[in-house]
Design a protein around this ligand. Structure first.
Ligand SMILES: C[S@@+](CC[C@H](N)C(=O)[O-])C[C@H]1O[C@@H](n2cnc3c(N)ncnc32)[C@H](O)[C@@H]1O
Ligand code: SF4
Ligand code: SF4
Length: 386
């Protein structure tokens, strides 16, 4: 089975070229950890008082100063994220300024604040894409997972407005115990609206919020993450294709991205884009190779972008991945990445047990999903346990 194409071919080629010179062609500005929702598995959302106890939010002028320096070093693709970016003070002005600087901008959003007024300026300065996360197929599910009882109404309105005004939207979907029963409806919703949806059942432990939560989150058990990973494959590819794929025996976890997954040999360095062609600028002021690897970032507002980028590049090259993963016969199917290793174990040298369990269950989960869907077609009620 193939991943659906989400990234244009040209973007991929530019990244390959940037890799030769280790140019930071792509970067994320995480503007704030604040949000108007409160998703149970979220790795970043915090209260205003907790944010203030950690540090201050950067001003529009500071982000623009950073963008200018990053552009000098080759930044072209800029992702704005949070928290909820549309909640950030002066977001409109910041976005327009960044747009005028010539960046290809994408915005991660929960969609709840995209109304007619926002559409007016997005239309005038169109982003490359809005990545909107869909958290359910009803207000009840939004209430359960995101503590927002009007979320689905708000998001469906935003999607209609964006589509009517020809603003590109892609849907993301984080699948958890709280929205799992809506999975098929969410994928059908995307199909009906002719939108690409990228769903995943793997949720990182939120070490960015709380360092003590190594290997923990309010998320699926590893077995259920494998099961719902398999359901994603079945619903996105159609049952017949999925069944043929399962029967072929070459199973690799469908909903994880090949680009990010790079455990190739003992002592090998990371092979994804993190720190080689892309960076993640946290709201607290650390320039990291990846937003899920929370240590060793320098502050570019203090040392300059170039030095902070060189540091991220060095950090990535020093990371050596677990020997157990390097020797593992399932590493191609597993697609574990350095960020998973770190957030699951608190180090880079221990194999992440949650991912091992997920991988070990995956083949069984796929066969279970085939059987469950066949029974459902025959009208039988199915308990979804493995
Ligand atoms: C942190 S949110 C920020 C942007 C916006 N608020 C949104 O929800 O799309 C970015 C993405 O990360 C996902 N996410 C949140 N917590 C996660 C976790 N622990 N592991 C993996 N993805 C997570 C969200 O579902 C969303 O798709
Ligand atoms: S909407 Fe995004 S930032 Fe807000 S709580 Fe949910 S995942 Fe976190
Ligand atoms: S199954 Fe476990 S040991 Fe093998 S690559 Fe995945 S995480 Fe590493």
């Amino acid at each position: 089975m193939k991943q659906r194409l989400v990234e244009p071919r040209l973007v991929e080629l530019l990244h390959r070229k940037a890799q030769v010179t280790e140019t930071p062609i792509s970067g994320t500005f995480e503007l704030s950890p604040l949000c108007n929702m409160d998703c149970k598995m979220c790795y970043i959302k915090m209260s205003k008082s907790k944010q203030e106890s950690i540090g201050r939010l950067r001003t529009k002028e500071e982000w623009i100063e950073l963008a200018k320096e990053a552009r000098e070093e080759g930044l072209l693709f800029l992702l704005l994220t949070g928290g909820e970016p549309f909640l950030v003070k002066d977001f409109k002005e910041l976005y327009i300024e960044l747009h005028k600087m010539g960046f290809c901008i994408s915005i991660n959003s929960n969609g709840t604040m995209i109304d007619e007024e926002v559409i007016e300026w997005l239309k005038k300065y169109p982003p490359m894409r809005i990545n909107m996360t869909l958290y359910g197929a009803s207000n009840e599910t939004y209430d359960r997972l995101c503590r927002n009882p009007e979320g689905f109404t708000q998001v469906t309105k935003a999607i209609s407005l964006l589509k009517e005004n020809n603003i590109q939207v892609k849907l993301n979907c984080s699948v958890t115990p709280y929205n799992k029963d809506d999975l098929k409806e969410m994928i059908d919703f995307a199909d009906e609206h002719d939108l690409v949806i990228q769903a995943t059942s793997y949720m990182f432990p939120p070490l960015r919020k709380d360092e003590s939560l190594i290997g923990q989150n309010d998320r699926f058990t590893a077995e259920d993450a494998a099961l719902y990973g398999a359901y994603i494959g079945a619903y996105q590819n159609g049952f017949d294709n999925f069944k043929a794929y399962v029967e072929s025996g070459e199973l690799s976890i469908y909903d994880l991205n090949d680009d990010c997954c790079a455990i190739e040999g003992e002592g090998d360095i990371m092979r994804c884009r993190a720190g080689l062609t892309s960076f993640w600028m946290t709201w607290e002021g650390k320039l990291l190779p990846c937003g899920m690897i929370p240590d060793n970032g320098l502050n570019p507002w203090e040392v300059g972008f170039k030095r902070a980028w060189q540091n991220a590049n060095r950090v990535v090259k020093e990371i050596r991945l677990p020997a157990k993963c390097a020797a593992c016969s399932k590493k191609k199917q597993c697609k574990a990445c350095a960020a998973m290793v770190y957030t699951e174990t608190g180090t880079y040298n221990k194999a992440p047990k949650y991912k091992c369990d997920m991988t070990n269950y995956y083949a069984k989960a796929c066969r279970q999903v085939v059987s469950n869907i066949e029974k459902e077609k025959e009208g039988e009620y199915v308990e979804e346990f493995i």
